[in-house]
Structure formats: structure tokens, C-alpha cells
Design a protein around this ligand. Sequence first.
Ligand code: F42
Length: 144
Amino acid sequence: MSEYIPSPIGWVRDQVELYERTNGAEGTTLRETGLPVIIVTHRGNKTGHIRKTPLMRVTDGDGYVLVASQGGAPTHPVWVYNLRADPNVKIRDMAYVHAMRAEEVEEEDERDRLWALCVASFPPYADYKARTSRRIPLFVARPM
Ligand code: F42
């Protein structure tokens, strides 16, 4: 069985631990923003280990938009490469946990439509986009 390796970032690791231990009763928002967070479980493309990544909760119908913003950093978060290699994920949204398939969105009109949803859910995404020259990858995870 694959081993779960927690994030090397302390506050991220702590959020996942609290969120899961309380079955989505605590640790479900991003710090002082108070805005909701989901947990994405995925598989490392090099190690094969299980990884858990909190992301902002952006919904599109029964799907979740996964935004690889990483605070406007110049490089993609490495979970992007994991999802590209293996799109099978588990999404936790509070107490709701569901197996889903995450597909990267390449088409520009669809990216624009989704981006509007992302900024409406979490306004700082607009600043993150302005801060970086990279094209921020967007995935949509939908029930299989
Ligand atoms: N990050 C976002 O990009 N978008 C968000 O909307 C977002 C919201 C958010 C809310 C709450 C919160 O606590 C964190 C939030 N974050 C958000 C931060 C997010 O959780 C991640 O920490 C961030 O996106 C960075 O992701 P990362 O995958 O680059 O994480 C690094 C720090 C990491 O875990 N590195 C590991 C390590 O050991 O250094 C490697 C993990 C890994 O997946 N390794 C792969 C493997 O095979 O196991 C290899 C990957 C490769 O190809 O190199």
C-alpha cells in the first residue's frame, strides 16, 4: 500500500491534519480570509506516495475547479505534475468525500469562464495572476 507523506509546509500540513481529524468540522477555511478550502488527495508522479493538498473551494456544478496559483509564484506547484500523470483524485469538501477525475482545462474560452468563478470565490486569485507571467493551470475535478 502507498504511504501518505504530509506536506513539508507546516501550516499546510496542520490544516490537512485538523480538517481530516475533525471530519471537516474544523480547519476548513483559509486563515483570516474565512473562505472555504477543500482537500485534494492525489498520487506522487515520482514516488507513488499519497499526497494531500488543500486548495480553495471553487465549484462548477458538481465539479471543483483546482487552481494552481501557488500565491502567484513563478513556478507551478508540483501537484500539477501529479494530476497530469494520474488524474484520479479524492476530493474532501467538509464531511463529503468523493472519488473524482481531474482534467486540465486548455481551451481559452473555458479557462476564462472558470477563471471568473475562481475570482468570485477567492478574490486574491486576481492578484496572484497579476504577479506571475506563467499561465496558471486550471483543472476541473468531476465525479467519475
Ligand atoms: N495552493 C494553490 O496553488 N492554490 C490554492 O488555491 C491553494 C489554497 C490553499 C488553501 C489552504 C492551504 O492550507 C493551502 C493552499 N494552497 C493553495 C497551498 C497548497 O496546499 C500547496 O501547498 C501549494 O500549492 C504547493 O504545492 P506543492 O505540490 O508544490 O507542494 C510542495 C510544497 C510539496 O508538497 N512538495 C513535496 C516535497 O516533498 O517537497 C513534494 C510533493 C510531491 O507531490 N512530490 C511528487 C512525488 O512523486 O511524490 C513529485 C512531484 C514532481 O513532479 O516533482
